[in-house]
Design a protein. Structure first.
Length: 256
């Protein structure tokens, strides 16, 4: 089972990264629908797509307006969206308003509060949990028989954050890290995380495989969050495997 990183930037795209979108073709699961969502067309399998939305900020939902092309060029006919009630309402009333987007796709909306904090789709156990972020955000945990993945984006990380209880024991953690340590104050102000905070909290939670994402688009280059410096400073307090998400990266989630 593969995880395709289709968009790994926050706020807006840059020359090398689109905004948040991650895809598991074997399950037709999509994590957020930022500008990288258009890349799904070449990977989608079958008629059904399940899109899990962390919140309704534009860098996570803009790609929903690209669906008409995807439907026209693939077998897609059933697109299921999973979001909190107020986020779904905001998307329908604003992003998909006829003055902005004249032809609304036939989305199937699923309200998280109505599903309960834990629900299932086929062979996946899915749990969602609240995150601290301006306007609110949620994280997701997916458990299959062979592996597990948690997705945490747009939140200010600390070792005391309640969501760490929900990701305990997960095989893979995909976690936002919008800023380097040098921009810690800006991270706090905007509701995001910085490098050392994520590394220390993940280590305390015994996370083994950490995939960092949602980088500040102004910080380009191979190491936009100064990960090398941060791990060197606290080498004994970091997860055993740390990866920086890049557009086009494909990970084997079943790898032990």
């Amino acid at each position: 089972m593969k995880l395709h990183c289709l968009g790994t930037a926050g706020y807006h795209p840059n020359d090398t990264r689109h905004t948040s979108c991650y895809f598991i073709p074997e399950k037709n699961f999509v994590l957020d629908a930022g500008s990288g969502f258009y890349r799904i067309g070449k990977l989608v399998r079958g008629e059904t797509l399940h899109v899990f939305l962390s919140h309704s900020h534009l860098d996570h939902v803009l790609g929903l307006t690209f669906v008409l092309d995807l439907v026209a060029t693939s077998q897609l006919s059933n697109i299921h969206l999973y979001a909190q009630a107020e986020k779904a309402e905001a998307i329908r009333n604003h992003l998909l308003h006829p003055m902005l987007f004249p032809v609304v796709p036939a989305f199937h909306w699923h309200i998280l509060e109505e599903l309960g904090n834990v629900f299932t789709i086929d062979d996946a156990r899915i749990e969602w949990f609240p995150l601290e972020h301006p306007g609110g955000s949620v994280g997701f945990r997916f458990d299959w028989k062979t592996t597990s993945l948690a997705y945490v984006t747009d939140t200010t990380c600390s070792v005391d954050s309640a969501y760490w209880k929900c990701v305990q024991g997960v095989e893979w953690l995909l976690h936002e890290c919008n800023f380097s340590d040098a921009d810690k104050e800006l991270a706090i102000k905007t509701g995001h995380s910085w490098t050392t905070a994520v590394l220390q909290a993940a280590f305390k939670a015994r996370i083994q495989r950490l995939l960092l994402s949602h980088f500040n688009p102004l910080a380009e280059g191979m190491d936009p969050i100064q990960l090398t410096e941060s791990t060197a400073a606290s080498l004994r307090e970091t997860p055993s495997e740390i990866l920086l998400a890049t557009d086009g990266l494909v990970l084997d989630l079943d790898r032990l």
